[in-house]
Design a protein around this ligand. Structure first.
Ligand code: GDD
Length: 314
């Protein structure tokens, strides 16, 4: 069962699970008449305890990938209530439903956090390990840190098999606008096609982030969920990252270099945030060691695929 199945990560995860011959069910808030016909799609889903409990007792999933949520850091300042509702309250509904269900002791649940949980990390603490103190500075980061604490509580109090992941900046084809590679790539392709003047508007170019392809991220999720002895492992939180920092300025110029156009760059005030963590670089030592996962898709490939998708779309 995948919650939020029609989102960016949900679509990639679905594709991979179907390739592996897995029976996939998914919930979504909207209506998607053209979504994959091999999926049991539960549309217009009202994310509350009763509805989830009904689904769990009816379909009895082996694994739950809890992807539903508000994933945009910048929007979390504009609408903190919605962020906490979609991330924290929804997770409580889900975990309570699992606890009360007939499959409470059988099902394995993956909750999705973020590198934003770490927040203000000192340079001396890089690369960030899973046991680094959480000092989130965005409403989004706080909501995700809360999810990791809920996961711990349900594990410890009710012995529910919850694993929590902290993906860093995952990118790739199909991500919505409002995330940096998509915002840049769309503007570049609009310029290429003569739909816009040769100026790209950007936010903070100084930050450094740990970018990872979404297809590697979903591989990590599946490997974590299918590794049978993971529940016995005392740690239950895994960073999913490349362990390499890349400055946003470099992302911009790598994307511009994929185009033959001469493009000017302008900082747009409304793309800046009230506060932006300077650098995130994670350690992926734990997931390599315990799960045997490692990222495979290089950054250049992800950026190329993102630009190609926009060229086809526009
Ligand atoms: N979105 C966006 N658009 N960001 C820009 C832009 C722009 O035009 N210009 C510069 N940036 C900078 C942001 O200020 C930030 O420092 C960085 O690019 C990355 O921004 P996002 O792509 O919006 O990602 P994020 O780091 O805020 O959050 C993403 O990664 C988290 C994990 O680290 C999201 O995918 C989250 O859902 C995820 O948890």
């Amino acid at each position: 069962l995948i919650t939020g199945i029609t989102g960016f990560v949900g679509r990639h995860l679905t594709k991979r699970l179907l390739q592996d011959g897995v029976e996939v069910w998914g919930t979504t808030r909207g209506i998607y008449p053209n979504f994959n016909s091999n999926v049991h799609l539960i549309e217009r889903f009202n994310f509350n305890l009763q509805s989830i409990l009904e689904i769990l007792n009816n379909i009895r999933p082996d694994h739950i990938y809890h992807l539903a949520g508000q994933s945009n850091v910048k929007n979390s300042w504009l609408n903190p209530f919605e962020t906490f509702e979609a991330n924290v309250l929804a997770t409580i509904h889900l975990l309570e439903a699992v606890r009360l269900s007939e499959i409470a002791q059988k099902v394995k649940v993956l909750t999705v956090g973020s590198s934003e949980e770490y927040g203000r990390v000192q340079i001396s603490e890089m690369p960030i390990k899973e046991d680094t103190e959480l000092r989130p500075i965005s409403p989004y980061g706080i909501s995700k840190a809360t999810i990791s604490m809920l996961a711990r509580q349900y594990r410890e109090t009710y012995k529910i098999n919850v694993v929590h992941v902290r993906p860093f900046n995952h990118i790739g084809p199909g991500q919505s606008l409002g995330f940096v590679t998509q915002d840049f790539a769309k503007q570049i392709v609009e310029i290429e096609k003569g739909l816009a003047d040769p100026i790209i508007y950007v936010g903070n170019l100084d930050a450094k982030r740990d970018f990872i392809d979404v297809r590697d991220v979903v591989d990590a999720y599946i490997m974590i969920m299918t590794k049978s002895d993971i529940c016995e492992y005392p740690g239950f939180i895994f960073n999913v990252c490349s362990a390499k920092p890349t400055q946003i300025k470099d992302i911009l110029y790598l994307l511009i270099d994929l185009s033959s156009k001469q493009i000017d760059v302008k900082i747009s005030q409304h793309k800046l945030r009230p506060i932006d963590v300077e650098i995130y670089v994670g350690s992926n030592e734990l997931i390599r060691k315990v799960i045997g996962w490692e990222p495979k898709i290089p950054l250049d490939q992800s950026l190329q695929d993102i630009i190609s998708e926009w060229r086809n779309r526009l």
